[in-house]
Design a protein around this ligand. Structure first.
Ligand code: SF4
Length: 187
């Protein structure tokens, strides 16, 4: 017994193409995991049998950005890795969505240092923030469901067109200086 059992067999289903497209998109999200630290372990657990992300149609992790439409940033982002993250985001086809998972991805977490990006949303657009250190898999699933609700309402094409990242160029926050003490080898 399927959905056809609830529909009139000789009738037709009036709807809008936009709603069908949104329904298809929300039901088959293909995530691109950008997992750099401990939050990545929770991300992996979300796809395992206990939490079974397949129930939400989002279990097909893609490791090519050209095949993904949901970027999940999980873990702290080092300044050196930021250009890689931006490149991956730019290579994903439109429409695309971004989840910032965990305190480190959203704010830098406890790593208030010059080497860690203090929030990936300064450099790529973020649609949903999942709080926690680390967030549990249930929280990530709630974040994915929030993306699904967002897709339901957004329509095709997204209002406002392509979103622009807030900043694409980072400025160094420190100056490289020589070692204060000369290094001597031997006696
Ligand atoms: S938010 Fe916590 S669990 Fe996640 S990467 Fe940072 S330190 Fe690790």
């Amino acid at each position: 017994m399927g959905i056809e059992a609830a529909l009139p067999v000789d009738g037709f289903l009036p709807t809008q193409l936009r709603h069908v497209m949104n329904w298809a998109r929300r039901s088959s999200l293909w995530p691109m995991p950008f997992a750099t630290a401990c939050c990545g372990i929770e991300l992996m657990a979300t796809a395992c049998s206990r939490f079974d992300l397949a129930r939400f149609g989002a279990e097909v992790m893609r490791f090519s950005p050209r095949q993904a439409d949901l970027l999940i940033v999980a873990g702290r982002i080092a300044v050196k890795m930021l250009p890689v993250l931006q490149r991956i985001y730019e290579q994903m086809p439109e429409p695309k969505w971004v989840i910032s998972m965990g305190a480190c991805a959203s704010t830098g977490g406890v790593f208030d240092t010059y080497a860690v990006v203090q929030g990936c949303d300064q450099f790529i657009p973020v649609d949903v923030y999942v709080p926690g250190c680390p967030p549990r898999p249930e929280q990530l699933i709630e974040g994915i469901m929030a993306i699904q609700r967002h897709i339901d309402q957004e329509g095709l094409p997204p209002p406002g067109g392509k979103r622009a990242p807030l900043g694409l160029v980072i400025q160094p926050t420190h100056a490289v200086r020589p070692q204060p003490v000369g290094l001597t080898m031997g006696s």
